[in-house]
Design a protein around this ligand. Sequence first.
Ligand code: APR
Length: 308
Amino acid sequence: MTTLVAVHGDITAQATDVIVNAANNAMRGGGGVDGAIHRAGGPAILRDCIARFPHGLATGDAGWTTAGALPAKWVVHTVGPNYGAGQRDRRLLESCYRRSLEVADELGARSVAFPLISAGVYAWPRREAIATAIDTIALTPTSAEEVRLVAFDEGAHREISSALVMTTSVRILQGVRELHRRGYHGIRVRPGIAPSGMYWRAVLSDVDHPDTTIQYTSGAETEFAGGVVDAMTPPAAVADLILRALPSAEAASGDPAYADWFAGLVALVEPEHALPVSFAEYFDDSDGWEIGWGSGVRYPAPPGGSGH
Ligand code: APR
């Protein structure tokens, strides 16, 4: 079981087996995290970089060196895509997290500390950089027991902490999509914002038994349907929790239009974890649902009318 936590601090101070460096293709040091790690770890790291990576390292790839004087055992260097220079393929950023965990596994690391790759000098928009980090770490099988997302500044730490909590809401939507894939097209979600404006809410039900519902509020954080759903919970496990709470739901693949519509909604939510809103104070849903409260991005209301 791997835990994913947000840490506010300096990545060079993390006493994890592996510290991940946001390097560049040359692999000879630099600024930001790269500079901090080489400064704190000492010249042994650079010597190892030269010996092990004579031709540098490709964007999206990862490779390890000694950690020198750092409290960690190894540094895993990875090269993020440079958003500012036009490298905007998110799959390259995902590859940094996936390859770093693969290398950490090869080393037998039990704990890994990541900075927000590409979110500094390489100017990747922070919200998407965080969502990419969380979802790639969640989807990558690893023998690491603890993965840390380390934020240097308080603002980034708050954003990562909040994103981790709100990922429960994304996993619930992905769990419903998983149920539709299993043929439970009757599972419905009504998402919205609580009157306080503070919390995202979702009411889940089976269209043939609308009186039995699952109510979720982001105020409950990871408590959902009598179980726990956090950023690391696979959608398949969320789907099982929903079925346990809606026992009368039947796998009747009778509404592919709704299932397709819902899959399109989740595809818009996932890149930045922008949650859908179908109700809120003063919310006019005549233009459809909103993807991300206040974003102005609309998605047509579900087929079959009746708002859900
Ligand atoms: N500890 C933790 N996080 C840090 C630290 C630190 N000591 N220093 C910076 N950060 C944060 C930044 O605030 C940013 O959110 O790490 C994230 C990554 O920032 P960068 O280090 O600028 O990395 P990146 O955006 O991937 O750019 C890589 O910058 O440092 C050079 O040589 C590096 O050319 C490469 C480029």
